[in-house]
Structures are given as C-alpha cells and as structure tokens.
Design a protein around this ligand. Sequence first.
Ligand code: PLP
Length: 372
Amino acid sequence: MSTTSTGFVPPPYPYDRLDRLMPLAAAFEGGAVDLSIGTPIDPAPAAVVAAFATPGPERGYPPSIGTVGLREAVARWIERRFGVAVPIAAIGATIGSKEFVGTLPQWLHLRSPERDTVLYPTASYPTYEMGAILASCRPVAVPMTASGGVDLSAIDPADAARALCLWVNSPSNPTGALEDLGAAAEWGRANGVPVFSDECYVEYTWDGPGRSILEHGLDGVVAVHSLSKRSNLAGGRIGFYAGDPELVHYLQEVRKHVGMMVPGPVQAAGIVALDDDDHVAVQRERYRRRLERFAAILGQWAGVDVAMPAGGFYLWADVGDGWAVTERLAKEGGALVSPGDLYGPQGARHVRVAVVQPDDRLELVAQRLGVA
Ligand SMILES: Cc1ncc(COP(=O)(O)O)c(C=O)c1O
C-alpha cells in the first residue's frame, strides 16, 4: 500500500549522519575506535548484573511510576548525594531519560494548551529540540554564555510567556559546563515556567562537586537522572525524575496511560546500583584519566588547546571546522568523533569526543596519529 505523507518526515537521526565516515575508520588494522556516541561500555557492578536475574514478584507488570523499593533507593541517593529529602511521591521512574525528554512537551502541552514553546540550550542534546517538534510545539534555543551554560538574560519575555518548560543540562552535553542551577530555578519561578534539569552526568564533575537543582527547593523544578551513565546501565534503560510534587504527580499519572514501564528485573537491579557508590568512584577515575590523556592526544595532533571539561565525559574542542576534523580523525586516526553541529549550529567549530573506549584503544588512536 502506498500512502502519501503531507506532514512530518523524521529528519536523519544525528548519528546516522556519521555513517559514511565509519568505513574510513574501520579500514584500519584494529578497526574503528568509536568515540562518537556517549555509550558507556565499561562493566556494570557484578551485584547489579546478578540482580537482573533475581526471581521474584518483579515478573509481573511493573508499576509505571517505579516500585516503592526503587523510589526509596532514589530518595536515599538524593539525600546522600545532595542532602535533600524528597518524598517518594515526588519521584517517578523512566525507561532511561531519552524517552522522558522526547515525550515531556506533549504532556505539558496537554496540560497547558495555551502554551506551546520549549526552551533549551543552543548547544545541547538534540532530543530537547526533537521533543518539542514531536509535540507540534515551538523549539526555541536559548543563547549560551561564554562558559557554555544557558544565558537566562537572553530569553525573550515573549518566549517565556509561551514556555511550557526550560531545559537546563548540567554538566552539559556537549560543552561540559556546570550551570548555575539556583539562577535557573529562580528564573523559572519568577517567570512561571517549570525548569527541567537534566543531570544525568552529575556523578562526573572535575571542577567541584556535582550539583542538583533540587538543592534550591522542589517548587517548580524537576531533576532528571539516569543510571545509563552513573552505573554503566545504558542497555538496561532506567532513569528517574524527581521534584515539584504537583508536576511529578501529573507526569506519573499521564505516563501510566502510555505504558511507560521499566521492566521489573531492571528496577530491582536499579536499587542495587543506586545503593552503591563504590563503582561510581572507580568509573569517575577511568573517565578522568581518559579525558586528560585524550585532551593531550587531540591537542598535540590538532595543534589546539583542548581543555578539561568542568563535568561530563566529553571533550569539547574548538578545532575550527568540526566536520573537516571529524573526517581527518577517521582517515588518519581510525577514530570516529562527533562534529559539534550535531548539537546545534553554534557547535560547528567543535568536535565532541566521548571517552567511552578503554585506554588501550585511545593509545591506538595516538599511535595512528603519530602522537603516541
Ligand atoms: C544530556 C543527555 N540527556 C539524556 C540522555 C539520555 O540518556 P538515557 O536515555 O540513556 O538515560 C543523554 C544520553 O546521551 C544525554 O547526553
């Protein structure tokens, strides 16, 4: 059957735009070293993996909002990590944060049909913009400060008046900047705009402790977290959101109707992961070492200064022409990185390097580039 579409045509998925470069990198002996997608491949803790197979009541349909056990573990982690007490009624589970980011605008628009705008950082995770598009809403990129955070003073009051939400992301993917979350919460309250703070990289900060917007009160704010990065569980698909009780309750209720359910065994594993901080400390040191090493490799090869990010596990390097350098790295180093414009036009001069590969793979790239 042939149907004619007169409406939405999905754009190429950002990373699919790299497909043509993969064969160039793969042609090297030892294969491609993929530093493009931020997919953690280091091991998850053995106790977490074992918990996936625990026989128990988690075989039945799991609660969409998250089991009491999972939400209690989230509350314990938030208290331990940020010193904030959040009632479990103000916590909900996600099937990883991507689905939450991608679907949020449609739920907010249903609740406030008179508003139609999603505000998000100009250089950012592409799903903030796509969530707005999928809800037939207006994505409006907020300019960034020189340090790589959102410039709240640059938000047009007319856009604020129409805004369903403001996204902030700290540490930022791709820039690595840490946001002033107190200022974001204050801006949201002053303008009547809920602030959603994507904090999925919060365990990895290199310039002071990781912060949550929840430290500035729950009113009007929701923090969004994920075990993908914290506990190397990207394949498990589990995350959570927590914050303003009324907003969280609304989202819990609406999401139930769509069947947003984290599988029971994954929720059980999530509890074990959240209660353990030791594996996070080990992972943090892995990323720190790799960031420092690859900043030196890339800097020497490209002849530019590559700074350590304030947080996250990406290098965000100004190399002049992001696509040209991405192509050269594939051809000369067998390495795949992301051209910065995948995160918005403001990133066109940059490349983003995800240090998700083991040390020996990074050294292989250094050898190929002649800077070992
Ligand atoms: C800023 C940001 N938010 C959310 C996600 C989604 O992560 P997940 O769906 O695995 O929780 C990512 C993944 O790279 C990300 O970089």
